[in-house]
Design a binder for this molecule. Structure first.
Ligand SMILES: [Zn+2]
Length: 257
């Protein structure tokens, strides 16, 4: 067994899909080849990561029955026939490639789910924070429509200085700011009024994984933008398009200053 052969089989070996004879050859190779042993460890780590991060849902009995019926039909339509010798090689290499594709697909899905999970958590947390502040009547700790009052108040209490703008001329009046905790970090929250609505804008230094642009959580819209090295997350019950345009405008204006 050489590195090439092991490389194409290592994912299936990890999943226990290799017969015992081939399995022993791979085992021997893994013991004396650090590169392939590394690949094997990567597959194991990936499997553990997917196992812990991807939600697991047992298939409902109806779905099980449907899959069983489909499989039974497939056997009837395409009866198993002996494969000619040349075909068999093609089938074998195809199987190895399919194994790689399955691993790659699992990795893509796993990573997407992990990112989605993180975004989902921040959006949910932002909405919960907004609702708590509204219900507790604790929306504003520094009340002012003057950005030169709100900004220094926030900067003095954080390890960054959030850009603050008043967009009253566009209908979004700054009414103040407060401090919150989001994603275990202290963040600046800017509070705006738009008609009868309150808009909370959480401003924090830009993250490596940007949350999705727009989400709806418990009827509240959560819109996201980046600009001026900051991450802007707006939460409100105003319509999604108004909120999106507003948060993008804030990020753009901050970036141009
Ligand atoms: Zn090797």
């Amino acid at each position: 067994m050489n590195c090439n052969e092991t490389g194409t089989l290592v994912a299936r070996y990890t999943d226990g899909e290799i017969d015992s004879l081939q399995g022993r050859s791979i085992e021997q190779h893994l013991r004396c080849c650090a590169a392939c042993a590394g690949k094997h460890q990567d597959v194991l780590a990936l499997r553990a990561r997917i196992g812990s991060a991807v939600p697991y849902f047992p298939a409902p009995p109806a779905l099980r029955e449907r899959v069983r019926a489909l499989l039974a039909n497939a056997h009837e339509v395409a009866p198993v026939r002996p494969r000619p010798e040349r075909d068999r090689w093609r089938w074998l290499t195809g199987g190895a490639l399919a194994g790689c594709t399955a691993t790659l697909l699992a990795w893509v899905v796993g990573t997407a789910v992990i990112d989605w999970h993180a975004n989902e958590d921040v959006a949910v947390e932002a909405v919960a924070t907004h609702v708590r502040a509204t219900l507790n009547n604790h929306l504003i700790e520094v009340a002012s429509s003057d950005q030169h009052t709100v900004k220094p108040w926030l900067s003095a209490r954080l390890d960054y200085s959030p850009p603050v703008q008043d967009l009253a001329s566009e209908g979004f009046a700054l009414s103040g700011g407060r401090l919150d905790t989001l994603d275990k970090q202290r963040v600046a929250t800017l509070v705006y009024r738009y008609r009868l609505h309150t808009i909370d804008v959480f401003v924090r230094p830009e993250l490596a994984h940007a949350p999705s642009a727009l989400r709806t959580v418990r009827g509240f819209n959560v819109a996201h933008a980046t600009g001026a090295g900051m991450d802007w997350l707006a939460v409100s019950d105003v319509s999604a398009d108004v909120l999106t345009e507003f948060v993008q405008r804030l990020a753009r204006e901050a970036a141009s200053q």
